[in-house]
Design a protein around this ligand. Structure first.
Ligand SMILES: CCCCCCCC/C=C\CCCCCCCC(=O)N[C@@H](CC(N)=O)C(=O)O
Ligand SMILES: [Zn+2]
Ligand SMILES: [Zn+2]
Length: 493
């Protein structure tokens, strides 16, 4: 009898538990649906009352459109205006200072770099890489999207503003580095030294980096302007194996090349863990969530449940994979001088880009344990941690002013914070500015991400003009004394 009653009680308990579980699942499901329908972390300041400082119209007439392309190198007004101070730093880099009329306003700084990575026409370019040849409305050439578009865009915008009688209320600096592609140790670092000596502090810095992605994020309706609020860290590690040299007719069981190749293969076969979901990468997708159709909108609005699923999808393509983990790239491999000599030394360079959720130290430990062979020596050539995350809330002057400028010009775009997957000169500016952003409105469409440091780097004439207008408007927008209050959104009668 007691047995039957115990059995009955257990059955009852199981029933109650099942119902409770079902109830909890149901509540979660309803909450997730409600969240999907209402989720929009990106409503922002767009409806607020912005002080109007962009009083000079940005129209470019037919004559100027022609001149804009012809005068690709010439900015006579910038270099002759009494408003602009210019100095050459470290022999080749340029620093400009345009003082503002209101000394109480903290200046900002625009950055770009004039150097480029090498390019070889024989790699298969459609046009010679230093010809700036125009094909179907695109200018082909090394540097057109990394980063001459910003160098020229900033200077051309300033040229137009000065011609049209502009003088800023908020002062600003322009820094054009000459060695960004080899880490900016001369250009950016010396510009920073000059500014530090003058005691300069900046309200924000805007450098190259992310872009307007159009059709690059699968499922997103419309283009996304991702503003880099941090950038990945980097570790360049040299791996080397020494072995006694000798005659190739009497080889040992393992050569220095073979041992090193095994180490490199282990690194490629064991990617660093997928880390999507903990930091600014998650915020990117939360900002974009309302621009996905169902069922993706449901997924993006409920990152607490689906972040690992999103990460798994993003890791499938090299450009989006870079967003979700520390990447491993073997970029150089050297050994051997003659076909019948066993080489004593084999060397390989591994370039890792460190996700914001990891540190340089963790990455070095990972390489060591993955290589797992004492014969392979490891040397850190250059490395640094991921950069601090800049502000992107509604009180963030730099982020909101850049966002407004983007949205005024491209209303169809959704703006979101992002992680810059490459490195920039701006990483040397952390002592001068708390807020550093990496963005230019360069339009990147499917297939374009491979053009960075690759073949057929190009920019459309239309996009170049848009860049000029962007900087033209941004400079004027920065003249506001402060951001509007988020509560000033217009409801008055
Ligand atoms: C879900 C988001 C997907 C993100 C897709 C990636 C979009 C790609 C857009 C822009 C490409 C990023 C290029 C960043 C600029 C890199 C500048 C550069 O090349 N820097 C050198 C500097 C150096 N030597 O350290 C670098 O190697 O990083
Ligand atoms: Zn660059
Ligand atoms: Zn580059």
């Amino acid at each position: 009898m007691a047995d039957r009653s115990a059995k009955f009680n257990i059955l009852k308990l199981v029933k109650i538990l099942s119902f409770s579980l079902l109830f909890v699942v149901l509540v979660c499901f309803v909450a997730a649906i409600v969240r999907t329908l209402t989720f929009d972390v990106n409503a922002g300041l767009q409806l607020a009352h912005w002080e109007k400082t962009n009083n000079i119209a940005s129209d470019i007439n037919q004559h100027q459109r022609k001149e804009l392309l012809e005068n690709f190198r010439v900015f006579p007004t910038v270099f002759s205006s009494h408003l602009v101070q210019h100095e050459v730093v470290a022999n080749y880099s340029h620093l400009f200072w345009v003082p503002g009329s209101d000394l109480a306003l903290v200046p900002y700084m625009l950055l770009a770099h004039i150097d480029v990575v090498p390019a070889d026409e024989s790699d298969g370019w459609e046009a010679p890489p230093f010809s700036a040849k125009e094909i179907d409305g695109f200018i082909y050439g090394r540097g057109t999207i990394d980063n001459k578009q910003s160098v020229m865009g900033i200077l051309q915008a300033l040229e137009y503003l000065l011609i049209r009688g502009y003088s800023p209320r908020r002062g600003f600096f322009i820094g054009l580095g000459h060695d960004e592609e080899v880490s900016g140790f001369q250009g950016a670092m010396n510009i920073v030294k000059v500014l530090k000596k003058k005691g300069v502090q900046l309200v924000f810095v805007l450098d190259e980096g992310l872009a307007v992605l159009d059709g690059v994020i699968s499922g997103l309706q419309g283009p996304a302007a991702l503003i880099g609020v941090t950038e990945k860290g980097q570790a360049t590690v040299k791996l080397s194996v020494f072995k006694a040299p000798g005659h190739s007719s009497m080889p040992p069981r393992e050569s220095s090349i073979g041992i090193l190749a095994g180490a490199v293969k282990r690194l490629e076969d064991n990617p660093m863990p997928m880390l999507f979901g903990g930091g600014p990468d998650r915020r990117t997708f939360e900002h974009l969530a309302h621009k996905f159709g169902l069922p993706l909108k449901f997924v993006m609005s409920n990152m607490w449940l689906f972040s690992s699923l999103i990460g798994r999808v993003l890791e499938r393509r090299p450009d989006t994979n870079a967003f979700v983990r520390t990447t491993t790239a073997v970029t150089m491999f050297n050994s051997g001088v003659k076909v019948n000599v066993l080489p004593s030394l084999a060397e390989a360079y591994v370039n890792m880009r460190i996700h914001p959720a990891q540190s340089l130290q963790e990455v070095l430990e990972f390489i060591q344990s993955t290589v797992g062979d004492e014969r392979v020596k490891m040397e850190l050539v250059n490395g640094f941690d991921p950069l601090p995350v800049s502000s992107y809330d509604e009180t963030s002057f730099g982020f909101q002013t850049i966002k407004k400028t983007v949205l005024d010009q491209f209303p169809q775009v959704t703006v979101a914070p992002g992680i810059c997957i490459g490195n920039t000169d701006s990483r040397h500016y952390t002592d001068l500015a708390k807020d550093i952003y990496r963005f230019a409105p360069t339009w990147i469409r499917p297939g374009d991400t491979q053009r960075f440091h690759g073949i057929d780097e190009r920019i459309s004439k239309k996009n170049y003009e848009e860049l000029v207008i962007f900087y033209f408007n941004l400079i004027q927008n920065c003249d506001i004394k402060e951001l509007p209050s988020p509560h000033s959104a217009g409801h008055e009668l």
